[in-house]
Design a protein around this ligand. Structure first.
Ligand SMILES: [Zn+2]
Length: 201
């Protein structure tokens, strides 16, 4: 293919081709779409990519994605700050928020404990969560880590650290299939799991 296109076209095809779910033909199609597009449209894409990389950081309270020091959810006065929902990834926040039933705030761990993959508790924001729970007026910590072995293990580990705080610790209900992920669960299933959450023992 490299002899057919110019260097810059090849480069763009190659970059599009690195995106998840984009095969060589789609990468080619996208590249020619950009080539045909007006300068404003093409540069808007380039700028949007630049903004995502330059502007997005972690919220200083919950570690969710944010453009300011504090994310929109943590800054929302209508949220009940005494309820902390613990998730693995920012994508899980989005999935839960889409149900429209959440009035809590979050804590994003940045993954799950997986010693075999070299992920230890110290690599996650677990210590910050414990600090948050100890320092504030927290009533409930809702474990919304994925309902698979790693997620369950992480939830149990965290709850063991929080047992002497007197805070109620719950886990999303079992409507979520074991082994599945929050990210891909349907809104209805997540809503049921939120409403039916149980005390974690
Ligand atoms: Zn936040």
């Amino acid at each position: 293919m490299s002899g057919v296109y110019t260097e810059s076209l090849n480069k763009l095809i190659e970059e599009f081709g690195k995106l998840p779910g984009v095969g060589p033909r789609t990468a080619e199609r996208l590249t020619f779409h950009i080539l045909k597009a007006g300068p404003a449209e093409a540069m808007a894409l380039a700028d949007a990519i630049g903004d995502v990389k330059n502007k997005i950081k972690r919220c200083e309270i919950c570690y969710n994605l944010s453009e300011g020091k504090i994310c929109q959810i943590c800054s929302d006065k209508r949220r009940d700050k005494s309820l902390i929902c613990v998730v693995e990834q920012p994508k899980d926040v989005i999935a839960l928020e889409k149900t429209g039933t959440c009035r809590w705030v979050y804590h994003v761990l940045g993954g799950h404990i997986a010693p075999l993959e070299g992920v230890e508790p110290d690599d996650l924001t677990i210590d910050k969560l414990v600090e948050r729970v100890r320092s504030g007026n927290i009533k409930e910590v809702i474990m919304a880590t994925n309902p698979n072995m790693a997620g369950d293990g992480t939830a149990l580990y965290i709850s063991s650290l929080l047992t002497n705080t007197g805070v109620r610790i719950t886990r999303l209900a079992r409507g979520l299939a074991t082994g599945s992920t929050i990210e891909y669960a349907s809104g209805k299933m997540l809503t049921d799991a939120i409403i039916g959450r149980q005390v974690l023992e």
